[in-house]
Write a protein that binds this ligand. Sequence first.
Ligand SMILES: Nc1ncnc2c1ncn2[C@@H]1O[C@H](COP(=O)(O)OP(=O)(O)O)[C@@H](O)[C@H]1O
Ligand SMILES: [Mg+2]
Length: 230
Amino acid sequence: MEKNAVISIKNLVKKFSVGDGHFTALKDINLTLNKGEFTGLVGPSGSGKTTLLNIIGGLDSASKGSVNVLQHSMDNTTHNERARLRRKYMGFIFQSYNLLPVYTVFENIELPLILNKIVPSERKRIVDQAIEWVGLEDKRDSRPNKLSGGECQRTAIARAIVHQPAMVMADEPTANLDAENSHNIMKILVNLNEEIETSFVFATHDEKIMGYLKRIIRLEDGKIVKDEIS
Ligand SMILES: Nc1ncnc2c1ncn2[C@@H]1O[C@H](COP(=O)(O)OP(=O)(O)O)[C@@H](O)[C@H]1O
Ligand SMILES: [Mg+2]
C-alpha cells in the first residue's frame, strides 16, 4: 500500500443473497483513495454507491478481494474489530442525519470523543471548536427537533469530524436539503477538507454536489467506468 493511501481496494466483489441465489452488486472494483482527497462515488440509483461506501467504511464486508484501511486489512475482521477501526479513524454523514433525539447539539457532537475516551475538559474544548466550524454556536444546547434540516446536517458534520478522523464517508448528504442548504453544507465540507487532513468520500447522484468534488469515480452496474481528477 502506498504511503498516501487511506483506502486500498483490490479485486473487490460484493454479492448479496437474494432468495435462493445471489445478486452481484460490485464487480471487480480496484481503487485507491489518498490522504486529503475529496471524492465522489457517483452514478445512477442502484449502481452500487452505497454498497461501496459501506465497505470502505467497514459497515459491510467484501465477498471477495481485499480492502485495506490505513494499513489495516479489513479482510477476515470481526464485527468488533471493524467497529473499533470505525470509531478511531472514520466519521459518517447520512442523508437522514441520524442524530440522537434526546441529546443536544453539543452532546451529539461529543459522542465520538466519549467513545474514544477523551477526558471531559478536553472534550468541551474540541466540541466547541467543531461547533464553531459549522456555525452552530447559537444552537449548542438545542435538541434536534428544534433544528432545521440544514442545522441537523451541520450537527452531523461536526459529529463526523470532531475526532479528526482519517476519512469521512457521506451518503447522499444533501438529499433532504434545499439548494441553498446543500451549497452551504458543501462549502463547509470543502473548508474542512482544506483545514484538516481528512479525506472525504461522497456517494451521491446530486448534480449540485458535482462541482465541489475534486475526484469523481463513476459507477455503473457495480463497476467503475470512469475515475477523473478535476
Ligand atoms: N442487502 C441487500 N440485499 C440485496 N440486494 C441489495 C442489498 N443492498 C443493495 N442491494 C442491491 O445492490 C444494488 C446496489 O445498491 P446500492 O449500493 O444501494 O446502490 P446506490 O447507492 O448506487 O443506489 C442495487 O441493485 C440494490 O438493490
Ligand atoms: Mg445509495
